[in-house]
Design a protein around this ligand. Structure first.
Ligand code: ADP
Ligand code: MG
Length: 155
């Protein structure tokens, strides 16, 4: 577990962009945090770091977006989903098990039971000032322990 502090949207964006440089193949990142915490902004920085050209939008209404960069990026927002059956319908299980995709999941807390075994969990919370964020990073399952240590190294 580690905590990173950012003082502005730009800093969160740059952090995600730097994290993208550590990605060497398929990964699963879960992004937890209230509405407006900065989950989608983090995805935007990450996609930029992976040289995705498409505009990254909040998929709250589309539920899933796919971008093509250095790797295929699959961006989920589970906010509006209610059941595992709906996850099945949108292909969540297939996509989240794809070995070579960068899978980014907003609102993982809606479906703790349905997530892949291994993922890196980013928990974004507001700090004291309006532009401060505390970003907790935890490796769940173990597969991304090394990734987290590399991330620690660049923070
Ligand atoms: P979410 O996807 O978590 O609902 P968004 O990424 O869409 O949130 O929006 C985050 C909002 O918070 C943006 O308007 C952004 O400018 C603002 N913000 C302010 N400070 C920060 C920060 N340090 N990191 C990320 N976003 C921040
Ligand atoms: Mg969002």
């Amino acid at each position: 577990m580690m905590t990173i502090q950012t003082a502005s949207p730009q800093q969160t964006y740059e952090l995600a962009k730097r994290a993208a440089q550590l990605i060497k193949g398929g990964v699963v990142f879960c992004l937890k945090g209230d509405l407006g915490a900065g989950k989608t902004l983090f995805v935007q920085g990450l996609a930029d770091g992976l040289q995705a050209r498409e505009e990254v939008t909040s998929p709250t209404f589309s539920i899933m977006n796919i971008y093509q960069g250095k790797f295929t990026i699959v961006h989920f927002d589970l906010y509006r989903l209610e059941s595992a059956e709906e996850l099945e319908d949108i292909g969540f299980y297939e996509y989240s098990q794809q070995e070579d995709a960068v899978v980014l999941i907003e609102w993982p807390d809606k479906f703790w039971e349905e997530l892949p075994e291994d993922y890196l969990l980013f928990s974004i919370e507001r700090g004291k000032s309006s532009e401060e964020r505390l970003i907790g990073v935890a490796s769940r399952g173990g597969k991304y322990d090394d990734f987290m240590e590399e991330l620690r190294g660049i923070c």
